[in-house]
Design a protein around this ligand. Structure first.
Ligand code: CP
Length: 312
């Protein structure tokens, strides 16, 4: 049975704890454990930090890496995802890191490979699928907060902006709740709030001020234009006026409130440069931990237990 990283819900508590602790140890200077094998970064949607950090993480473990993008791959000629994955498996790829525009693409691929009985089926890592899940982002966010000394039981965390189209919001909230956080808030314009049944672990706010009261952490999200029909989203200036974290709004936050953003940030839209670059911003710490968390992911997926089960 192959191991995969598909979403937060598919990880048990022990694995979550190991990944967070291991990312923290690597960020503190622990030596990465070398591994053997080949990773394919199959990115069918744009990315900077996720793709590069998975690549650098693989290289620091001694893994071979190939990068595949939609425009330059046979997926642009109509090849199905499972056929692409089986082709990579036939060349000895042991892990496929998949970014895909469709909700559920990573889980569907893992299932389809299983159904096809693919020999030595690769582990699948979900590097963001539609608005569904981005588990490595959530894990790195939690690792950053633990390094900052967060107490999950008392933490007050708000996510602001385009929640409806955000895989980061879904995975962050699932993970923070698993870790014990109970004061979780979501806030944004009505058209960017999720459906009524979604994200029950978070309290919904229609107005900004009460949502931002006495916060430990404020996570800002960009408008996910690629998931919204043209003309159906607000222009940047009007969004900024009503919902953006301007310097004036940031000045009203509790002085201890830390600011996070998964990136890429649109300066002057959901967040001002002065806030993004301020000492309360954890944005570059998130990028730094991304490398360590993704190193831990490969250590796990290509660890001795995985290789033993492949030989059986
Ligand atoms: N946070 C994140 O997924 O960023 P990229 O799109 O640059 O990978």
């Amino acid at each position: 049975m192959n191991r995969h990283l598909l979403d937060i819900e598919g990880l048990d508590d022990e694995r979550i704890r190991w990944l967070l602790d291991r990312a923290g140890a690597l960020a503190g200077g622990a030596e990465p454990q070398r591994r053997h094998g080949t990773v394919a970064n199959l990115f069918l949607e744009p990315s900077t930090r996720t793709r590069v950090s998975f690549e650098l993480a693989a290289r620091r473990l001694g893994l071979e890496v190939v990068n595949i993008e939609h425009a330059s791959s046979s997926s642009s000629k109509g090849e199905s995802l499972v056929d692409t994955a089986r082709t990579l498996a036939a060349m000895g790829v042991g892990v496929i890191v998949l970014r895909h525009p469709d909700d559920g693409a990573a889980e569907n691929l893992a299932r389809d490979l299983d159904a096809a009985g693919t020999a030595f089926a690769p582990a699948i890592v979900n590097a963001g699928d539609g608005k569904n899940a981005h588990p490595s982002q959530a894990l790195l966010d939690a690792a950053v907060l633990e390094a900052q000394g967060i107490d999950w039981a008392t933490a007050r965390i708000a996510i602001l902006g385009d929640i409806r189209h955000s895989r980061v919001a879904r995975s962050d909230l699932a993970l923070f709740h698993r870790l014990g956080a109970r004061d979780l808030r979501i806030v944004g314009p009505p058209e960017f709030m999720p459906g009524p049944e979604e994200l029950p672990m978070a309290r919904r706010h229609a107005a900004l001020d009460p949502a931002l009261d006495a916060l430990d952490v404020l996570i800002c999200l960009r408008i996910q234009r690629e998931r919204i029909a043209a003309g159906q989203y607000p222009d940047g200036d009007s969004f900024h006026r009503q919902w953006g974290v301007s310097e004036a709004r940031a000045a009203k936050l509790d002085p201890r409130t830390r600011i996070m953003h998964p990136g890429p940030a649109n300066r002057g839209v959901e967040i001002d440069s002065g806030v993004l670059d301020s000492s309360r911003s954890l944005v570059l710490e998130q990028v730094r931990f991304g490398l360590h968390l993704r190193t831990a992911v490969f250590e796990w997926l290509l660890g001795p237990e995985a290789q033993e089960s492949e030989q059986r």
